[in-house]
Design a protein. Structure first.
Length: 278
């Protein structure tokens, strides 16, 4: 049994090194909402994209990476893991993100939302048996996502320019700094595993999270690619609209999850999206 566990850990380590890099910055999450407004994708909008030639090159690089590495890894994960187990894993992953969300809720002065996230964490960790179930949602405590990129935006930091990062996908300097550097310090489990040098466990966690998120969006992304005149511009437009709505904590724009390669969900034009903070 110990040999099997070590073999599994090493396999996830390899997948983690590559797959984790594919689950980028925006995360995050493209939160689902039943009453989401229909987003209008403006593929002609190139404002704030002075690095477009470089961005397009990196975008194509990421597309190759998804095709060669991420999609096969995700397909294997979905083939080997039963749906009910994958759902439990998704719940656990969401539950483990709670400290990051609470920290950013507080930094944004959102005490009520911080309380709701704390309630979800306590309920799902106890009644949900370590987070494998989501009784909090059934109790009417809806989940939401926050990251330090959103916090910086609330503090008045502009996105500056649109960026496509290798492996990570759609982003901007503000979101990149928040997600890549600051949010890691709000993740107690990640810090603990790093401090005890449990690299295999850290990468296994990252790998499972990556393929779990990508598995929920890869078919939608393929459909967008087929129907878009300019796939790069479509993803750029969707990323910006979704981040704008997330930062405002208003009406969600229902977009196909963008592998930021982060979390997204499947349009009212962006200027009609409610950005009034609750």
């Amino acid at each position: 049994m110990d040999t099997v566990f070590k073999l599994f850990s090493r396999m996830t380590l390899v997948i983690g090194v590559v797959a984790t890099f594919a689950m980028g910055i925006g995360s995050p999450a493209w939160a689902e909402t039943p009453q989401a407004a229909q987003a209008v994708v403006d593929e002609s909008d190139d404002g704030g994209d002075p690095l477009e030639p470089v961005n397009r090159f990196l975008f194509e690089f990421n597309e190759i990476f998804q095709l060669v590495i991420l999609r096969p890894a995700t397909g294997m994960y979905q083939h080997l893991i039963p749906p009910v187990v994958r759902e439990a894993i998704s719940h656990m992953i969401d539950n483990l993100k709670s400290p990051v969300i609470v920290a950013n809720d507080l930094l944004q002065g959102e005490g009520q939302r911080a309380l709701e996230t704390t309630q979800r964490f306590v309920i799902n960790t106890t009644l949900g048996v370590g987070g494998i179930m989501d009784p909090a949602t059934k109790m009417g405590i809806a989940k939401h996502s926050e990251d330090f990129g959103q916090t910086l935006a609330v503090w008045g930091v502009d996105e500056m320019v649109y960026l496509v990062l290798p492996f990570y996908g759609p982003s901007n300097p503000r979101d990149a700094v928040g997600k890549l550097f600051v949010d890691n310090y709000f993740d107690p489990l990640g810090l603990y595993l790093e401090n005890i040098d449990e690299d295999e466990a850290r990468y296994a966690r990252m790998a499972v999270g990556a393929v779990d998120e990508y598995g929920g969006v890869m078919d939608e992304l393929e459909q967008i690619k087929k129907t878009s005149v300019d796939y790069y511009a479509a993803i750029r437009s969707m990323y910006r609209q979704k981040r704008k709505a997330e930062i405002g904590n208003g009406t969600e724009v229902d977009l196909p999850p963008i592998p930021d390669l982060g979390q997204m969900q499947e349009g009212t034009p962006a200027d009609q999206v409610s950005l009034e903070r609750k």
